[in-house]
Design a protein around this ligand. Structure first.
Ligand code: NAD
Ligand code: LMR
Length: 325
């Protein structure tokens, strides 16, 4: 193995998303089939033993690309030299809870982790926050990492993006590969806006292929509330599909894509206040996310984007008043 391994730090490594994620990272699906990886697993002390068990299983796979595994409860060790950080560890939402309830519980985790990233990560660190409320947790971590370029902190809306593609493909009875230019705007929450006015199916605008009532009353709420529906059905929040989306997000960030959805720090595009970590239509070029510009936003979309962005502003205010940023 000539190439230096890429250090990938996964927090909450002993959790259910961690279990669905680590084996795929080690097999080369996160970065590419020729990129060796070194895994660093961060857990709370009570869960370190479970993480050790997962590491034993990783060993037992004899993955050719896996060059080492480290397990720790110290963020300063876990993020030391990290090139990719997947911040998964958080308290999962339980039935009946909204993400706002989680702000205080989870805010305390992401400040110290942001600082540890600031102080110890590699210069090319890329951070994906999965733990909810993901957008605002990413903002907290970023605010504690003033020496890291702000754009390196992102939050995951790729699962929502993939859900939107799947729902639309099922409705139109086309393969998912026919669907292009899907966009999720705003927060990873029930206010998110999955946009069919720019999505294309076989070159036609998706919104023109479905009736308005389905778009408004079925498609949007089904995608936006899919996380809650999974919790209701499984008795636990989505795990394998969330891990899959995290893999998609980082793979595309590193290897490039012409169009997907990701929550990245706003530069003020589309009227989203600068600095909020909000989902946009994005491309990735030369290892950097770029917001796709020039889309026309009609009144229907405007109202929904604004509502989700308002929620992000409220979350930002809430964590400010809790002293978390
Ligand atoms: P889980 O409870 O199975 O695992 C969470 C793990 O995090 C546990 O092992 C716990 O010990 C660990 N942990 C807690 N605090 C930690 C800390 N300070 N440092 C390191 N590890 C810590 O939960 P899960 O099902 O794996 O979900 C993880 C998070 O992902 C939840 O917040 C969930 O809501 C979120 N999620 C996000 C999306 C998304 O699309 N953005 C989708 C699904 C789930
Ligand atoms: C999901 O979208 O599946 C999760 O974010 C749900 C949740 O709140 O954990």
């Amino acid at each position: 193995m000539a190439q230096t391994p890429v250090k990938v730090t996964v927090t909450g490594a002993a959790g259910q998303i961690g279990y669905a994620l680590l084996f795929r990272i080690a097999s080369g699906q996160l970065l590419g089939a020729d990129v060796p990886v070194k895994l660093s697993l961060l857990e709370i002390p009570q869960a370190v033993k479970a993480a050790e068990g997962t590491a034993m299983e990783l060993d037992d796979c004899a993955f050719p690309l896996l060059s080492g595994i480290e397990i720790t409860d110290d963020p300063n060790v876990a993020f030391d030299g990290a090139n990719v950080a997947l911040l998964v560890g958080a308290m999962p939402r339980k039935a009946g809870m909204e993400r706002g309830d989680l702000l205080e519980a989870n805010g305390g985790i992401f400040g110290p982790q942001g600082k540890a990233i600031n102080d110890h990560a590699a210069d090319d660190i890329r951070v994906l926050v999965v733990g909810n409320p993901a957008n605002t947790n990413a903002l907290i971590a970023q605010q504690h990492a003033p020496d890291v370029p702000a754009e390196r902190f992102t939050a995951m809306t790729r699962l929502d993006h993939n859900r939107a593609i799947s729902q639309l493909a099922a409705k139109l009875q086309v393969p998912v590969t026919e669907i292009k230019k899907m966009t999720i705007w705003g927060n990873h929450s029930a206010t998110q806006y999955p946009d069919l006015f720019h999505a294309e199916v076989g070159g036609k605008i998706a919104a023109e292929l479905v009736d308005d009532a389905w778009l408004r009353d079925t498609f949007i709420p089904t995608v936006a509330k899919r996380g809650a529906a999974i919790i209701e059905a499984r008795g636990a929040s989505s795990a394998a599909s969330a891990a899959n989306a995290a893999i998609d997000h980082v793979f595309d960030w590193v290897n490039g894509t012409e169009w997907t959805s990701a929550a990245i720090p706003s530069d003020g595009s589309y009227g989203v206040p600068e600095g909020l970590i909000s989902s946009f239509p994005v491309a990735s070029r030369n290892g950097r996310w770029e917001i796709i510009q020039g889309l026309e936003i009609d009144a229907f979309s405007r109202e929904r984007i604004d509502a989700s962005v308002r929620e992000l502003e409220e979350e930002r205010e809430a964590v400010r008043s809790l002293g978390l940023i």
